[in-house]
Write a protein that binds this ligand. Structure first.
Ligand code: FMN
Length: 226
């Protein structure tokens, strides 16, 4: 099987969490001899080639981060450039991920993605859905290594599964999301302890990236200027 993969994130490939997910996914995909070609919509120079690949291949995966509860606008813009009819049949599948970890917050976007293939003359090959991707790009940091390696390894396994089944319509793909909603006790623990820990981690990463002001700094707010 040959798969065209299109990264729908506006973030440049080097820093894109979606790209890290794709790199893990294709490791699994390639185990049984499948091949792939990858296009990143953050690089406008790749749009023509991505469009050509979309029209001329029969297995297409869009991998995208949730942006403000739905599809990033750069991907919507690209979709509008695609033809609505095609010469040969094709299947469109999706890898949808987002920063927050509960599954339910990705379902609205999943509904939109379900409706998309028919509008572009394709069939729907399912949507792999998972939250909790904020810190994937920090996977080499000691604090994050274990959790992020585990997360990315799971995407490799789903690459193997996609190569075997040809879609994400399997029970294992549905199970992949994890909890739709965290139990009340987790919400309580989050408010009491975990929030502070998450905040500390974000401060740590911000400092590593050269940020010298507090994360809740509001230099332009009227109150602070008084
Ligand atoms: C402008 C913006 C909006 C976002 N909106 C959401 C959101 O609504 N829900 C969510 O879970 N994550 C949201 N995120 C987090 C991203 O989905 C997450 O960080 C993802 O890993 C980014 O992937 P990328 O690095 O490939 O762009 C948002 C991020 C940005 C920058």
């Amino acid at each position: 099987m040959h798969v065209v993969i299109i990264n729908g994130s506006p973030r440049v490939q080097k820093f894109s969490n979606t790209d890290k997910i794709i790199q893990s996914f294709v490791k699994g995909l390639q185990v049984s001899g499948s091949t792939y070609e990858l296009y990143s919509l953050s690089n406008r120079k790749e749009w023509d080639a991505a469009s050509e690949a979309f029209s001329s291949h029969d297995q297409i995966i869009f991998a995208l981060p949730l942006f403000v509860e739905c599809v990033p606008s750069i991907m919507l813009e690209f979709l509008e450039t695609l033809p609505t009819e095609r010469q040969q049949p094709a299947q469109m599948s999706f890898i949808l991920h987002g920063g927050f970890d509960e599954g339910h917050q990705l379902r609205l976007c999943e509904r939109f993605l379900q409706s998309l293939p028919a509008q572009l003359g394709c069939t729907y090959g399912g949507c792999l859905v998972q939250g909790g991707s904020f810190l994937i790009r920090m996977r080499d940091d000691e604090r994050m290594k274990k959790a992020m390696t585990k997360k990315l390894d799971a995407f490799s396994k789903m690459g193997e599964s996609f190569a075997a089944h040809g879609n994400f319509l399997t029970p294992e793909a549905r199970k992949f999301t994890g909890p739709e909603k965290n139990p009340k006790i987790v919400h309580l623990l989050f408010r009491l302890f975990i929030k502070r820990l998450v905040r500390k981690n974000f401060e740590h990463f911000a400092q590593q990236w050269g940020c010298t002001r507090p994360l809740d700094d509001k230099p332009n707010s009227i109150e602070e200027k008084r």
